[in-house]
Design a protein around this ligand. Structure first.
Ligand SMILES: [Zn+2]
Length: 328
C-alpha cells in the first residue's frame, strides 16, 4: 500500500531512512498534514548507524541526514520515536554472535548474555539519545530461537555448579525436565537483567523505552515467548509504560475479520495487555490492501494506542523468519 493511503487510514509509518524513495521535505508536502507521529529506524540490520556514531559502523549518507530528518519532522510537530534492533546486528554479531544447539553460528543474531555487547549497546543508546527522538522502540529482543544460545560462554556459564557436561546440547536438556525448566528460567532471567540495564540507561538519558512483543502462532503466541525467546512479559512489565504488539510477524498472513483465527488473535493481543497491565500499540510489516482492515479492527477492539507499519519488508526478513520459527 502507498504511504499516503496508510497514513490517511490512521497508521503510523516506520521509516527506514536508507530506503526512503523521495526526500522527506517532499513527503511532508504530500502527507505532512495528516502525519502526527512516525517511527524512524536508527540503525540498519547490517549494523550501520543512521546518526553520528563511533561505536557502530557509520552510514556516511545518513550521518548528518538522519538527525536532520528527525529535526525536520519535529519542526512540524510530528512525534518521532526511534526504533532499534536489540539482539540483531550483522556487524557486531561477528564478535558477539549466537550459536544454535547444533553448533551452527546464526548470522546477525547476538548472544544475549555477552557483556561486552551489552556495554556496546548501552553506548549505542547514549549515541542515539543525541538525536531529537522522544522514545525508543526496542525490536528483535531476546534469544534468536528456542534452540539458542549454545555458544561457549552460555554453555560454560549454565553448566557451572550443575552436574552436567559443558558440551551439552538441546537434546540433553529436553531429556531432563528439571534441567530444562532451569534452562528456561535462566534464559528469561538473562533477558530481564539486560532489559533492566537498558531501562536504567534510558532513564538516565531521558528516553522512554518501548518493548515490542512478537505475538506469533508459530510459538503459541504469548505462551511461547519464554521458551522460544526467553521473554517473560509479566516479569518485565514494570520496566515499560508501553508495549507494542507485533501481530503474526512470522506467520506473514493475517486471518480475515470474522474468522475463528482472527478472534483468537484478538484474544491473544488482549492477553498481552492484561498480563502486562500496560498501554499497548500494534505493529506490522507493510500491510497489503486486504490486511489493513484486520489490523485496524484489532487496533480498535483492543483499544490500542496506534498501529505502526513498516513501509518495506527488511532485506533480512526471510532469515529472521526461518530463525525465529525453529521449533525443537
Ligand atoms: Zn551465548
Amino acid at each position: 500500500m502507498e504511504i499516503k493511503e496508510l497514513v490517511y487510514n490512521g497508521a503510523i509509518p516506520i521509516f527506514d531512512l536508507s530506503k526512503l524513495e523521495k526526500p522527506i521535505e517532499e513527503l511532508l508536502l504530500q502527507i505532512g498534514g495528516a502525519l502526527t507521529e512516525v517511527a524512524v529506524l536508527l540503525k540498519g540490520a547490517d549494523g550501520q548507524a543512521y546518526y553520528p556514531s563511533v561505536v557502530s559502523l557509520q552510514n556516511e549518507k545518513l550521518k548528518e541526514l538522519g538527525p536532520k530528518t528527525i529535526d525536520l519532522l519535529r519542526d512540524v510537530n510530528i512525534k518521532v520515536k526511534g526504533l532499534i534492533y536489540v539482539h540483531y546486528d550483522e556487524y557486531l554479531s561477528e564478535e558477539y554472535g549466537t550459536v544454535e544447539s547444533g553448533g551452527r553460528r546464526t548470522e546477525g543474531f547476538i548472544c544475549p548474555i555477552n557483556e561486552a555487547y551489552q556495554e556496546q549497546f548501552l553506548k549505542i543508546l547514549e549515541e542515539v539519545s543525541q538525536t531529537e527522538i522522544d522514545d525508543i522502540i526496542l525490536l528483535l529482543t531476546g534469544y534468536a530461537s528456542a534452540l539458542h544460545c549454545f555458544c561457549e560462554n552460555c554453555r560454560v556459564t549454565f553448566s557451572m555448579d550443575r552436574k552436567m557436561p559443558v558440551n551439552f546440547n538441546f537434546s540433553l536438556l529436553q531429556g531432563d525436565k528439571e534441567l530444562y525448566n532451569e534452562w528456561i528460567e535462566w534464559r528469561s532471567e538473562n533477558i530481564k537483567a539486560f532489559l533492566s540495564k537498558i531501562t536504567e540507561k534510558t532513564k538516565e538519558l531521558g528516553l522512554k523505552p518501548i518493548f515490542t512483543v512478537e505475538l506469533d502462532p508459530n510459538f503459541q503466541f504469548e505462551e511461547g515467548l519464554k521458551p522460544s525467546l526467553g521473554i517473560d512479559i509479566k516479569s518485565i512489565a514494570n520496566f515499560f509504560e508501553h508495549f507494542i504488539v507485533m501481530v503474526n510477524p512470522w506467520e506473514v498472513i493475517l486471518p480475515p475479520v470474522q474468522s475463528k483465527s482472527f478472534k483468537e488473535l484478538v484474544q491473544r493481543v488482549r492477553n498481552v495487555k492484561q498480563q502486562t497491565n500496560r498501554n499497548i500499540s500494534l505493529m506490522y510489516w507493510p500491510p497489503s490492501g486486504e490486511e489493513l482492515k484486520p489490523l485496524l479492527t484489532i487496533n480498535e477492539e483492543v483499544k490500542s494506542k496506534g498501529l505502526y507499519v513498516f513501509l518495506q519488508y527488511p532485506d533480512q526478513f526471510k532469515n529472521w523468519r526461518e530463525t525465529r520459527i525453529i521449533t525443537p
